[in-house]
Design a protein around this ligand. Sequence first.
Ligand code: OSB
Ligand code: MG
Length: 366
Amino acid sequence: MKLREVELRRIHLPLVAPFRASIGTLNHRDVLLVHVVGDDGEGWGECSAFGEPFYSYEYTDGAHDVIRRHVLPRLFAQRDVAAEDISRILAPVRGHPMAKAAVEMAVLDAELRAAGRSFADYLGASRTKVDCGVSVGIHERVADLLRTVEGYLSDGYKRIKLKIEPGHDVEDVRAVREAFGDILLQVDANTAYTRADASHLAQLDDFDLLLIEQPLPEDDVLGHAEVAQVVRTPICLDESITSAQAAGDAIAIGACSIVNIKAGRVGGYLEARRVHDVCAANGVPVWCGGMLETGLGRAANVALAAMPNFTLPGDTSASGRYYAQDIVEPFVLEDGTLRVPTGPGLGVSPLEDELERFTVAVELCR
Ligand code: OSB
Ligand code: MG
């Protein structure tokens, strides 16, 4: 469709509790929403970048700037913009996958709403609800960690992911395993280790973890293949998987046997689907990662997670795990699952009052 105008809306959403990972601590989400209006209708996108560049180099102000200066002018210059053409149109803009993904998501939402078709249907979903895990931040004291995990298990989450870093790893995992028995348990290091830590990480083999996620820096894919030779627990990559090609390459050299898929990290839901397909073709299971999205991004993630090769519970937690008040009708856990939206496009829309309440800035581009 022809793009008429695009609103770049910044919202500040407080988290119900601080979230600590090896890379830093989040107390709130500084979110960029993209609202596109075209001649056939309108749609919403959410940028997964955080306010600070600690997960990857992208950050909210940077994504906002590259969208305003470099992404939108290229799209406004087109007579017609289809979501499936956006990655090609934007190829001259290097990098910035989360910024591009947000815009592609908004255009795809507009197209699907206009066609009366859901994200889930478009992506090829094979289920109507998805199993949910929860990502648990690093806690200074083990007693507090156990209390937090106990709360999530009583909420019904089907899998626990512990954030780890040197000094908060083997003993934390041991304590959780001993306290809660044979729950589904995995860990995420967010690049906190080096190749020299392989034998240290092998101590985690005693605890029957589903996987160890991203122990080494994102550019050290070969290092993950080395670690995978020393550690029995499956290695899963998050930060390193920047495209379907990167996924195929990492699998080919033995750097991972499981993949975390985040649409923002790979440049959008279309590339995310291609990552899913490459992994499926290689017999590598995938699961849906999260970036503490609002209900808009969550709706798209849940649709993605309903595809057939998403065979492990994802970090697609309920709205209430993150926010006291979401900007759409909250996603609520039902027996450890979230229902896949079935309405046109994302199947959810912002609640006007809540959206306004959390908005800190709006820019209109045309
Ligand atoms: O690596 O998945 C990650 C949060 C902040 C930075 C990185 C990550 C995470 C999470 C949160 O694990 C997952 C969620 O959205 O619940
Ligand atoms: Mg991760």
